[in-house]
Design a protein around this ligand. Structure first.
Ligand SMILES: Nc1ncnc2c1ncn2[C@@H]1O[C@H](COP(=O)(O)OP(=O)(O)OP(=O)(O)O)[C@@H](O)[C@H]1O
Ligand SMILES: [Mg+2]
Length: 459
C-alpha cells in the first residue's frame, strides 16, 4: 500500500490526526522501500521509530489497532506498563519480541494453509467418508495361547478377499455417503477420530511467576494421541487442521516467519509514558520503571533475542511508542531511549466538529453500533442531524468542564442518552422507529446538566 492508501484506509475509522496517520504511513512504506534495496544497503537502513504523544482518548491506541488489521506484517501491540525489570516478578521485556515471533508464525502458517486449503479439504472429505462407512468386519482370529507362546502355530488364516460384488457395493455406498455429506445431511453423525492432546502444563511457580512449560517443552515432549468421538461438524475442522499441517513443512514456516518478523515486524509500545518516571519522584516503583526502560533499550537499539523458534535480530523491527504523557514528559524517559524514537508526532485535542464526525462517519461509528444493537429488539434507531450536533456539543462541554477524556466521553454521553431506550426495548413489540432528535437530547441531557449533576458524566 502506498502512504496515501494507508492514510485513506485509516480515515475510514479515525477522524483527524492527519499528522500521526502520515507518520505511520510513511514508516510502513519505508519498510517496503527498504526491502527493494540490495542486501548491503538494506543492512545499513534501520527504521525510524515513532512516538505518538497526545491527550487521552484522541486515537493513539485506535490508530495502532486499525494499523494492525491493515498491514500484512507481523504486528503486536503491547503495554509498556506490563513489563518489569529483569529479576523482578512479571514479564520481561524480551517477551514482546517472542510475542511478535509467535504472531509471525501464525501469519506464515495461515498463508501456507491457505495455499494447501483445497487439497486438505478434499482429503478431509475422503477421511470423513471412510469414517462414516460401516467398518468392514474384521474376522475375529482365535489363537491358541500355547501355540502363541511357542511362537509356532498355524499360518494365520488369510482374510477372505472381498468379492467383486462386495467391492462394487462398497463403492456405491461410498459415493452415496459422499453425496449426503456434501449435502450437509450428516453433520450430526458421530465419528471417532484421533486427536493430539496438547501438553497443557502451565505451571505456576511459587512466586506466582508463570512458566509456560507447554511452550518451552511442547516440541520436545511426545504428543499423546487419543481417540475421541464427536459429530462430523466438529471433526471436520480438526481433520482439516491435521491435513493442512501434514502438507506444510514446519521448518520452512519457522524460517520464513523468523525472517518476516526480523525484517517487517512492528511492535506498538502503548502506554510508554507509564514507564517514564521523573527523577525527583523516584520511589519504589520508579526504580523499576527506569529498569524497564534500560531493558527496553537494547531491544529497540538492536539485539538478538532467542525464542523457541530460533534467534531473532531486533535491529529492523519498527517500534511505535504511544503515550498521553500528561504526568510524565517525553524528557522524563532516559535520554538513550528518547534518542531511539526520532520521530515525534503530537495528536491534537478533538474539537466539537471532530466529535460530530466521530459520531457519524467511521465505519464503526457509535451511532451505527447502537442502531445495530437495538435492531434485534425491534427498534429502528436513527438520529437527526441536530441531535448529533447536540450530542457533540454536550460531550465537548463535559470535557471542558471536567476532566478531558477525549472521544471516550462520547461513549458515556451516548450511554446516558439512550439508557431509557435500551432498557425499555424488549423485542415484544412490532418494529418501531425511534428517532432521536435535538429536543430529546436536550431533554435528556439538560435535565441532568445542572452544575452539580455533572458528576454523572464523569467516568
Ligand atoms: N480520532 C478519532 N476518531 C475516531 N474515534 C476516536 C478518535 N479518537 C478516539 N476515538 C474513540 O475513542 C476511543 C478511545 O481512543 P483511544 O483508545 O485511541 O485513546 P488513546 O489516545 O489511546 O488514549 P489513552 O492515552 O488514554 O490510551 C476509541 O475506542 C475510539 O472509539
Ligand atoms: Mg491508549
Amino acid at each position: 500500500m502506498t502512504p496515501r492508501e494507508i492514510v485513506n484506509a485509516l480515515d475510514r475509522y479515525i477522524i483527524g490526526q492527519d499528522e500521526a496517520k502520515r507518520a505511520v504511513a510513511i514508516a510502513l512504506r519505508n519498510r517496503y522501500r527498504r526491502s527493494c534495496l540490495s542486501p548491503e544497503l538494506r543492512e545499513e537502513i534501520t527504521p525510524k521509530n515513532i512516538i505518538l504523544l497526545g491527550p487521552t482518548g484522541v486515537g493513539k491506541t485506535e490508530i495502532a489497532r486499525r494499523l494492525a488489521k491493515l498491514v500484512d506484517a507481523p504486528f503486536v501491540k503491547v503495554e509498556a506498563s506490563k513489563y518489569t525489570e529483569v529479576g523482578y516478578v512479571g514479564r520481561d521485556v524480551e517477551s514482546m519480541v517472542r510475542d511478535l515471533v509467535e504472531e509471525s508464525i501464525r501469519l506464515t502458517k495461515q498463508k501456507r494453509m491457505d495455499l494447501v486449503k483445497d487439497a486438505a479439504a478434499a482429503a478431509t472429505e475422503q477421511r470423513l467418508v471412510e469414517l462414516l462407512l460401516p467398518q468392514q468386519k474384521k474376522q475375529q482370529r482365535t489363537v491358541n495361547p500355547l501355540q502363541f507362546l511357542l511362537g509356532s502355530g498355524q499360518p494365520e488364516p488369510e482374510e477372505p478377499k472381498p468379492t467383486e460384488e462386495e467391492q462394487q457395493a462398497r463403492k456405491t455406498l461410498k459415493e452415496q455417503t459422499l453425496e449426503r455429506l456434501r449435502a450437509g445431511l450428516l453433520e450430526k453423525e458421530i465419528v471417532e477420530i484421533e486427536v493430539e492432546e496438547s501438553v497443557n502444563a502451565m505451571m505456576f511457580g511459587a512466586s506466582g511467576m508463570e512458566i509456560d512449560m507447554g511452550g518451552m517443552l511442547g516440541d520436545l515432549l511426545p504428543k499423546k494421541k487419543k481417540s475421541k468421538r464427536m459429530p462430523v461438524e466438529h471433526a471436520r475442522s480438526i481433520l482439516m487442521q491435521q491435513e493442512s499441517e501434514k502438507r506444510i513443512d514446519p521448518d520452512d514456516v519457522n524460517r520464513e516467519a523468523l525472517q518476516n518478523a526480523e525484517q517487517n515486524g512492528i511492535i506498538f509500545l502503548d502506554e510508554i509514558d507509564k514507564i517514564a518516571g521523573s527523577a525527583n519522584q523516584m520511589g519504589g516503583a520508579d526504580v523499576s520503571r527506569e529498569g524497564v526502560q534500560r531493558d527496553i533499550l537494547p531491544i529497540v537499539e538492536g539485539t538478538t533475542v532467542s525464542t523457541k523458534y530460533g534467534p531473532v535480530k531486533t535491529d529492523f523491527i519498527l517500534f511505535i511508542g504511544a503515550g498521553a504523557f500528561h504526568v510524565a514528559k517525553v524528557s522524563d524517559l532516559i535520554p538513550e531511549l528518547q534518542g531511539r524514537f526520532p520521530i515525534r508526532v503530537t495528536l491534537k485535542d478533538l474539537t466539537e466538529d471532530d466529535f460530530y464526525a466521530i459520531l457519524t462517519q467511521p465505519d464503526n461509528a457509535i451511532t451505527k453500533q447502537y442502531a445495530a444493537l437495538l435492531r434485534p429488539d425491534n427498534v429502528n434507531l436513527s438520529f437527526t442531524e441536530d441531535a448529533l450536533r447536540e450530542i457533540a456539543k454536550f460531550a465537548f462541554r463535559a470535557n471542558e468542564q471536567n476532566e478531558n477524556i477525549g472521544a471516550r466521553r462520547l461513549h458515556t454521553v451516548m450511554e446516558n442518552l439512550l439508557n431509557d431506550i435500551s432498557f425499555n426495548a424488549n423485542g415484544q413489540h412490532p418494529l418501531i422507529d425511534v428517532v432521536v432528535d435535538g429536543a430529546y437530547v436536550d431533554a435528556h441531557l439538560s435535565a441532568e446538566w445542572g452544575e452539580d449533576n455533572i458528576s454523572k458524566y464523569i467516568l
